[in-house]
Structures are given as C-alpha cells and as structure tokens.
Design a protein around this ligand. Structure first.
Ligand SMILES: *[C@@H]1O[C@H](CO)[C@@H](O)[C@H](O)[C@H]1NC(C)=O
Ligand SMILES: *[C@@H]1O[C@H](CO)[C@@H](O)[C@H](O)[C@H]1NC(C)=O
Ligand SMILES: *[C@@H]1O[C@H](CO)[C@@H](O)[C@H](O)[C@H]1NC(C)=O
Ligand SMILES: *[C@@H]1O[C@H](CO)[C@@H](O)[C@H](O)[C@H]1NC(C)=O
Ligand SMILES: *[C@@H]1O[C@H](CO)[C@@H](O)[C@H](O)[C@H]1NC(C)=O
Ligand SMILES: *[C@@H]1O[C@H](CO)[C@@H](O)[C@H](O)[C@H]1NC(C)=O
Ligand SMILES: *[C@@H]1O[C@H](CO)[C@@H](O)[C@H](O)[C@H]1NC(C)=O
Ligand SMILES: *[C@@H]1O[C@H](CO)[C@@H](O)[C@H](O)[C@H]1NC(C)=O
Ligand SMILES: *[C@@H]1O[C@H](CO)[C@@H](O)[C@H](O)[C@H]1NC(C)=O
Ligand SMILES: *[C@@H]1O[C@H](CO)[C@@H](O)[C@H](O)[C@H]1NC(C)=O
Ligand SMILES: *[C@@H]1O[C@H](CO)[C@@H](O)[C@H](O)[C@H]1NC(C)=O
Ligand SMILES: *[C@@H]1O[C@H](CO)[C@@H](O)[C@H](O)[C@H]1NC(C)=O
Length: 856
C-alpha cells in the first residue's frame, strides 16, 4: 500500500470513475541546477545560519492585511533581513499611486513580439522595484484560455502554449533583469472562476472544482508554457485555487513534486494563491514552499504553517531537510535576481492611499507614514502607447477605408466605451464595473490608473489639430434618433464597444468573473446597428477581454472597418489614434479564434455544479483541442481565425526552405540526486517559545509556540492523529532519488531544445506603405490523434514598400515531439510531419514535408 490516506481517496475516486492524481514523494530538493548554481550556494550559506523559527518565518505570511503588501513573509531581525513583499499584478503595481497601468497580457499576445514582452516585463518590474516589492505576482499562463468566457484569460496571453510560453519567458526575463522575482501563475488547470474555491453564489459544494486533465493534454498544452517559464529561470510559481484530478493544486504532490520540481527541475519556490492552502503538513510534503497570505482564513489569527510548521518539524512529521529546502528555494530566487542589491524600503501600503496610517492595517496598530507616493512611472507611458498600437488588430478594412487622412470634415464617436468613467478613472475598486472605456479587466490582476486617455479625448484632439469638427455620444442609453441625427451627418462614424470579465470575487452585471455570454456590453450591438443604419462609413473598435460574436453585424455593408484593441491600458486613446490615422501601420494578429456562435468552441464554463454537493468535475475531454485546434479538427469556419490580422499594406510569402539538422539521439536523463542536505540544527521546543520581548499584534502570524506541549501549542483538536494519516509513504525520505528521465535541467530534458530543422521563408511587402508582418510557422505532427496543425514559431518583420527579407527560424526536438504516456517521455513519432508557413492559422500558402535526421 503506497500510503494510507490517499489510497482510500483514490479507491473512492476510481470507484466513482473520477479523475485521480497519484501520490509523488518525496518533494525534490533544490540542487542549484544550471544558472542557479551561484544563487543556490549563497542561499545555502544564508539558510545555514538560521534557526528553525527564522526559516519558518521565510515560508509563512504574517496574515491578511497585517503588512503593507498584499502578501508579506515574516522577517529575520537578527540578520537585518526584512519581510519579503509580494505584490500584484501582471500588468502593473496594484493598489498604489503614481504607477503605470500597462496593457494586459492578451494585448502583448496580439503583438507576437518578444521584444515588447521583454520591455514591458522590465518596465513593470522597475516600478515594483521602486515601490519596494520583492515578488511581482505575474505573468500568467493559467488560465491558458480553454474557454473563451474564462474570467481571467486576459491576464495571460493566448490559448496556444507556444505563443504563451515564449511571451511568458520574455516577460520573466524582463522582470528579473530589473531585479524583481517573477511569479508564474496560476499552476495549473485554473481555467474558470466559477467554483474555483468551492461554494459560489447560491451553490454549496464541499470542495473547489476539479479540473480533470489527462497526462498527454497536461504535457502538450497546459504544462508547456510553465516549462518555458522554468527554463527562463522564473523565481517563483503560484499554485492555484482549483483541484487537478481531485487534489488541490497546493496539495498536489503529482503536479508539484513530480511535474514541476521533478520533471521541470524547478529550482525556485512554490507560493500558494491567497488561501489556496488546505493543509499544513500535507502541503509542505506535497511541495509547497511559501504560504500566502499566511492565515488559515483571512485574519483568523491561526495558520497551517507558522507555529504549526515549527511544531511539525519538532514532532518529526516534516523532515528538517524539507523546511531547509523551502528556505533555500526562497533565498535562491532572492539572490538569483539580485534582490540583495536592488531592494529598496517598502514605501506604499496596499490598503489605503492615505499618507499616514497603520502599518498593521487589520490590527489597527503601528501608525506612521505608510505611503510616500513615489512616482515610479519613468517614461513607461511611451511603451504603453507603443504596445497599445502594436496590439491593435485590424479585422476588416474595406477599400482602404483606414487609415483616416485627417481631412475628414466631421468625425463622430459613439458608444459608452469611447468615454470616461463618470465615477473617475479608478471609480470602481479593482476595476469592478464597466463604466466608460475599458482598458483592463477586473480583479486582483489590475492596477490603479494614473490617468486614462479615452478614445473620445484623443480623437477629438486629433480632429482639432486637423481643423475638423467633432461630436461624441457616449452614454449607452442614447436613442436611435439621437444617434442617427449625428451619424447621418458625419464623414466617419467611430463606434466603440466592449466586453469585460475578471476575477470571481467580484460580480459585475451577473458576470461572476467568467462572462455569462459572448456578446457586447453597454448596449454595443444596438449602438452599432443604429450607427451603421445611418452612416455608410461606420468603423467599429472593440475593447474586449477575448472573442465576441460579431457575425451578425461584421458584414454590414456600411461597416467599413473593424479593429480589436483589447485592453490597452492608460494610453488607450492615443494608441488607437496612432492606428486610425496611420502613424502606426497595424501589424497585430488576433491571439484567439473568433467563432460565429458560442457553441463553436465546443467547451464552456461549468456554471452549475455537476456532482451534487461534491467538488464540481470539469473533464477536459477535448484534450489538446482548444481554440483553433478545435475549429480545425471539426472543420468549423470562424469569423476570424487565430493569427489573423490585416495591415495597411500587403505581404507575400515565398521560397520556403526546410533543412533538417542532424541531431543526436534523445537521451533520457539518468542518475540520482544527492541526499537532501540538512542545514543547521533543530533544538527542543523550549528554544521556540514565544519570546517575552515581542508584543503580539492581533491576528499576526508568528513562528513561535505558546508552550512546549506541542499539542497544546498547536491548538489543533486533530493534532497527533496517527502519523500514517498525515505522512504519505516516501514523503520523509531524504535519500538520493532517481532523476526524472524527461527532466535533467530547468524546463525539462535539455535534449528537447536541440535544433532539428532550420526553416526559412521570403517575406515581401507587396503594398505601398511600410508595415509589419508576422510570419507564423505551424507543424502537423502526424498520426491519428494529432491536431491538423500546431503553432511552433513566429516572428515580426518590418518592411518598407516593395522590400523583402528572409525570415528564418528553427524547430527544436520539443517542437516535433509528442508526449508518450507509456514511456513517460517525449518521442518523435514516425508519422509524416508537415511544416506550414503563412500569416494566420488559415492562410498558410507554403507547406513542405518535414524530414528529420535524428540518430537512433
Ligand atoms: C518573524 O517575523 C516577525 C514579523 O516580521 C518578527 O516580528 C519576528 O521577530 C520574526 N521571528 C524571528 C524568529 O525572527
Ligand atoms: C440566489 O437565490 C436568491 C434567493 O432565492 C435569488 O433571489 C437569487 O436570484 C439567486 N441568485 C442567483 C445568481 O441565482
Ligand atoms: C494549526 O493548524 C490547525 C489546522 O490544521 C488550526 O486549526 C490551528 O489553529 C493551527 N494552530 C495555530 C497555532 O495556528
Ligand atoms: C505534528 O505537528 C503537526 C502540526 O501541528 C500536526 O498537524 C501533526 O498532527 C503532528 N503529528 C504528530 C505525529 O504529532
Ligand atoms: C458604474 O458601474 C456600477 C457597477 O456596474 C454601476 O452600478 C453604476 O451605475 C455605474 N456608474 C455610472 C455613473 O455609470
Ligand atoms: C451579455 O452580457 C452583458 C454584460 O452583462 C449584457 O450587457 C448583455 O446584455 C448580455 N447580452 C445578452 C444578449 O443578453
Ligand atoms: C435602431 O436602428 C437600427 C438600425 O436602423 C434598428 O435595427 C433598431 O431596431 C433600432 N432600434 C430601435 C429601438 O428603434
Ligand atoms: C448605409 O448608410 C446609408 C446612409 O449613408 C443608409 O441610407 C443605408 O440605408 C445604410 N445601409 C444599410 C444596409 O443600413
Ligand atoms: C457614403 O455616401 C456618400 C454620399 O452618398 C458617398 O459620397 C460616399 O462615397 C459613401 N461612402 C462610402 C464609404 O460608401
Ligand atoms: C530543552 O533543552 C534544554 C537545554 O538542553 C533543556 O534544559 C530543557 O530541559 C529541554 N526542554 C525540553 C522541553 O526538553
Ligand atoms: C497563544 O497565546 C495567545 C496569547 O495569549 C493566544 O491569543 C493564542 O490563542 C494562543 N494560541 C494557542 C494555539 O493556544
Ligand atoms: C519508428 O519506426 C521504427 C522502425 O519501424 C521503430 O523501431 C520505432 O519504434 C518507431 N518509433 C516510434 C516512436 O514509433
């Protein structure tokens, strides 16, 4: 029997036909692999000086709203080491002021530009650094975007693992080059908001939703971008709220120990999502390294770790090497990005913008100056404007309707989405409303706007510069008569419309995070219809979190242009003016598929529980076939396909060359790890008693014990249940462990990155203006279960009129491999493989068989 507490669960799961996550122990210990060597060495040296209570302090948050950041660890005053500061979000510094509101991840995806991803990552992290943040909580590869309604899809990039993976890596490198630890999240399978933490609204369920993912889909789809993040050296990874195969993400030894720390050889630390922890000893042994925000429930004053972790080490349940490894992993990330050189004092507070207030906000103690209002924006507005324009996808443009010339005598703007939020730019907490123009979604993945240039403001400024006239109708209740009186007179009618979504703790207009439909908000369709009915030069600009259904109106003969501008951040209006008036020639490509009807995607959010009061079960039966792969497999014609986007110029592709590069045979990793190192010495309970000199702060989490009676100190009625109930077999084993054959280096087996083919193609600008084209390389891996094609490479080429260039890229072994569930490794199958190149997933004029020269 492998262990006594998982097996009954497993037996029950199997009996009920439910997905099951196998146990995987012990938790791999950090080894300073590859570029981690020096940081690891310094971490070991640092941690070797620590007492048990000090190590516990590094791993445990001090409680919700007990410090100035959204998450804070304990400190080590003896060594002058302050609390570590974790702060949202993936698009800027959250909950503060004088910061930049950057474009969302989905916009970065639309640029298909690794340089912009890097620059944005670096700029965001510079701002976090300037506020005193140690860990910026981003970027996002979970959700990946399985369902178009998914509330937080926009925080991440695209429902394609290669596009997301490369942008994750670029973003992480930018962030960490700025001296801030990145946190790739949410690991893993976190694809919807409904039931992410269990009961929701009127539905009571015992546990959070289980996202049930098979091994092949896990490797080829959801794990893929996290592998890129690990290979890029990401310092931390956040485990998510949901369960995977009926085991919570932060308690899941298979996804954490086996996949992340074993196969992907991750050397940094795993942090829980806020209250994503569900057990103390269990999560420690399953591979979690840091508990955020530290308390069992917000401000309960109790903790799964803190005191309990000290006790668990004292009673021998959590081996000393495991707490040492947690601390070493945290400190490795700290040194790897150079926190010891770049850290500045925390100069903001997440819970108020008042200059003076309580450091211990929840307890109402520690009155002092808590906000210094440091302006960290630098010149980042320029970058925001550039990304905003570079991410605007031109979906329709009839007879060169765009760009505008500036000679238009009367420009009219329509739609609430063109205007300001009447309650102010930050009028709704965490952007939890859809008032005025949409420039980011809602939830924790947000930042306060320093200002928001609306389309109305920027377009009016442009029109005035050009000597034209201007009118804007920006309330969504305007009547047809009002709209058409203006529309019928205008030279050009610009309609702005949006669709919003966000994180599940906020509900906006009955959208519980996830969207309840795929249509427009703010009366968008009616506004478009009214304008198009009276104006034969109607152009629609969409600010949406993902795809919306446009099939009903997009072909209207009076609609001469359609643009998707996504969630562009604070420079929204300026970015769209750059594109509308041709200062920037659009080169963006849609990073998701636009179906004609909702059922086209084949999957949807699970809105109502499907397992009685048990955990809702979301089976990913579509496997690897999400977004374009699903449309391709079932031959469904979308309105706009993944990778599609027009330019003011035109481009041609020719001369595809695919050259095999000889590669050595794939070598599964072999060998064994060293034994788990033990750093320092655990004393008896007396050494960890709560010291007299510490004044307790209400609800604050400490590492110390009230009494040397461990059961009493724990205050846990279940304390000391038979060890077998808490300790899975092998979990305490610190002896050398076999290396995962698919692993061997951060990101996975290094042979996966061997080049197996070189691909080149000639791209020519066949139009009259300079522009950017995005060559896209897709591969068909062959075989009965393969997707018709999967994206494997892309680039961005900038060409003057008539100019041509050769775009080259390479394919790696990983790009041509499938996950083999039997050998538990990657294999290159014998099926015929094909390379396709073009400028969208459905415009691939060039194709060639992919011949490989891989030695057996
Ligand atoms: C743990 O952190 C808290 C909060 O910063 C601090 O007051 C306490 O002294 C620390 N304990 C140890 C053992 O360093
Ligand atoms: C929840 O139940 C209440 C009371 O029955 C009802 O008024 C409300 O509409 C329900 N909410 C949803 C989202 O179904
Ligand atoms: C220890 O953890 C248990 C839950 O496992 C909790 O009930 C108890 O309050 C915790 N003790 C302390 C001191 O936080
Ligand atoms: C050890 O301590 C942990 C944390 O308080 C507790 O949950 C567990 O039951 C204890 N185990 C034993 C065998 O005493
Ligand atoms: C702003 O949004 C909130 C929440 O959706 C709504 O209740 C409110 O009426 C809106 N305010 C304005 C001025 O539109
Ligand atoms: C879709 O949801 C939005 C936002 O809640 C709402 O404004 C719109 O009316 C809905 N569409 C339909 C067709 O019900
Ligand atoms: C407004 O005009 C459009 C297009 O002419 C029409 O489809 C729609 O029914 C009208 N709406 C109202 C409320 O009259
Ligand atoms: C297009 O706009 C013109 C006004 O310029 C209007 O007369 C015509 O009916 C519109 N066409 C449609 C199909 O709505
Ligand atoms: C719109 O109608 C006007 C007046 O009939 C005409 O001059 C113009 O060419 C039309 N524009 C488009 C884009 O069809
Ligand atoms: C802990 O160790 C100290 C010093 O070795 C000893 O005096 C004390 O009695 C021990 N306490 C317990 C609870 O065993
Ligand atoms: C430890 O002591 C503090 C202060 O008296 C008290 O608030 C807390 O509940 C105690 N914890 C346990 C687990 O008994
Ligand atoms: C490919 O074919 C060779 C020879 O028939 C066979 O030995 C090998 O196992 C096959 N490889 C795979 C991955 O199916």
């Amino acid at each position: 029997m492998r262990n006594s507490w998982l097996i009954p669960l497993a037996a029950a799961a199997v009996a009920e036909g439910k997905a099951y996550s196998p146990p995987a122990y012990p938790a791999p210990w950090a080894r300073g692999a590859a570029e981690w060597a020096e940081a690891h060495e310094r971490a070991v040296e640092f941690v070797s000086q620590l007492t048990l209570a000090e190590k516990v302090n590094l791993t445990t948050g001090i409680g919700w709203e007990s410090g100035q950041c959204v998450g804070n660890t304990g400190s080590i005053p003896r060594l002058g080491f302050r609390s570590l500061c974790m702060q949202d979000s993936p698009l800027g510094v959250r909950d503060t002021d004088y910061n930049t509101a950057f474009p969302a991840g989905v916009n970065v995806a639309a640029t298909w530009d690794l340089d912009l991803a890097y620059l944005r990552g670096r700029a965001m992290a510079e701002e976090h650094r300037g506020k005193g943040v140690d860990v910026q909580l981003g970027p996002v590869a979970g959700p990946l975007g399985r369902v178009p309604e998914g509330g937080r899809n926009w925080e991440g990039f695209a429902p394609d693992p290669v596009l997301t993976g490369q942008l994750m890596a670029g973003t992480i490198q930018g962030m960490q080059d700025a001296g801030v630890i990145a946190c790739a999240k949410h690991y893993i399978g976190y694809e919807q908001e409904h039931f992410r933490q269990g009961s929701q609204g009127n539905f009571t369920v015992a546990d959070a939703i289980s996202e049930n993912i098979d091994d092949k889909t896990m490797h080829e789809l959801y794990l893929w971008p996290f592998a890129d993040a690990v290979r890029a050296g990401v310092g931390s990874i956040m485990c998510s709220y949901n369960q995977i195969n009926n085991s919570y993400a932060c308690s899941n030894s298979y996804t954490l120990n086996h996949l992340l720390k074993g196969e992907l050889d991750f050397q940094g630390f795993v942090m829980t999502d806020w209250s994503g922890q569900h057990s103390g000893v269990g999560d420690a042994l399953a591979g979690t390294d840091m508990d955020m925000p530290g308390d069992v429930a917000f401000d309960s004053g109790t903790a799964f770790w803190g005191t309990n972790l000290t006790i668990a080490v004292l009673n021998g349940t959590v081996p000393e090497w495991r707490i040492d490894d947690m601390a070493v992993r945290i400190m490795s990330a700290y040194y790897k990005v150079g926190r010891d050189r770049t850290q500045v004092p925390i100069n903001f507070a997440s819970w108020t913008l008042d200059t003076y207030g309580n450091e211990y906000f929840y307890a109402g103690e520690g009155y002092k100056q808590i906000n210094e209002h440091v302006d960290v924006r630098g010149d980042h507005a320029q970058l925001v404007r550039e990304i905003g324009a570079a991410s605007t996808v031109l979906l329709k443009n009839v007879d060169g309707a765009l760009p505008l010339t500036g000679q238009e005598k009367f420009v009219a703007v329509f739609g609430e989405d063109a205007g300001s939020n009447p309650d102010g730019v930050n009028g709704c907490s965490d952007r939890g409303c859809d008032n005025g123009t949409l420039a980011m979604g809602w939830g924790s993945g947000t930042a306060n706007f320093p200002y928001l240039v609306t389309p109305e403001q920027a377009i009016q400024a442009e029109v005035l510069k050009n000597g034209g006239t201007f009118s804007a109708i920006t309330h969504s209740g305007a009547s047809n008569t009002t709209i058409q009186a203006v529309a019928s007179q205008a030279s050009v009618c610009l309609v702005f419309a949006n669709a919003d979504s966000g994180e599940g703790y906020i509900t906006v207009d009955d959208n519980v995070g996830d969207r309840k439909n795929l249509t427009l908000w703010q009366n968008g369709e009616a506004t478009i219809a009214a304008v198009a009915g009276a104006c034969n030069n109607t152009m629609v600009v969409l600010h949406t979190v993902g795809p919306v259904l446009v099939e009903d109106w997009v072909h209207h003969p009076n609609i001469t242009a359609v643009l998707w501008a996504g969630l562009p951040g604070e420079q929204s209006g300026n970015s769209i003016v750059d594109v509308l008036y041709g200062a920037v020639n659009p080169g963006a490509k849609t990073p998701f598929t636009w179906g004609k009807k909702r059922s086209d995607w084949g999957v949807d959010v699970l809105y109502t529980p499907n397992n009685g009061e048990g955990a809702p079960q979301q089976d990913f039966t579509e496997g690897i076939f999400i977004d374009y792969r699903w449309f391709d497999k079932y031959n469904i014609t979308p309105t706009f396909e993944f990778g599609y986007g027009l330019s003011y110029s035109t481009f041609s592709f020719s001369n595809l060359k695919v050259t095999p590069v000889a590669a050595s045979p794939y070598k599964p990793a072999t060998g064994k790890s060293k034994p788990a190192p033990v750093l320092g010495k655990v004393l008896n309970a007396t050494a960890y008693l709560f010291p007299d000199y510490i004044k307790r702060i209400e609800a604050f989490i400490y590492p110390w014990l009230n009494t040397t009676d461990l059961k009493a100190a724990s205050g846990d009625p279940h304390y000391g249940w038979p060890t077998s109930k808490y300790v899975p077999e092998g979990a305490q084993d610190g002896s050398p462990q076999p290396v995962n054959p698919a692993g061997g280096a951060p990101g996975g087996n290094p042979a996966l990155w061997d080049t197996v083919a070189e691909v080149s193609v000639t791209v020519k600008n066949t139009g009259k203006v300079a522009g950017v084209e995005v060559p896209q390389l897709y591969v068909s891996l062959g075989g009965p279960n393969a997707a018709p094609k999967v994206l494997r490479g892309f680039g961005r080429v900038s060409l003057g009129p008539g100019e041509e260039t050769q775009w080259t890229t390479t394919l790696t072994r990983r790009d041509v491999s499938n996950w083999d569930t039997v050998s538990q490794n990657w294999v290159v199958t014998n099926y015929t493989k094909t390379v396709y190149v073009g400028n969208s997933s459905r415009n691939l004029p060039l194709k060639q068989n992919l011949l490989l020269n891989i030695k057996k």
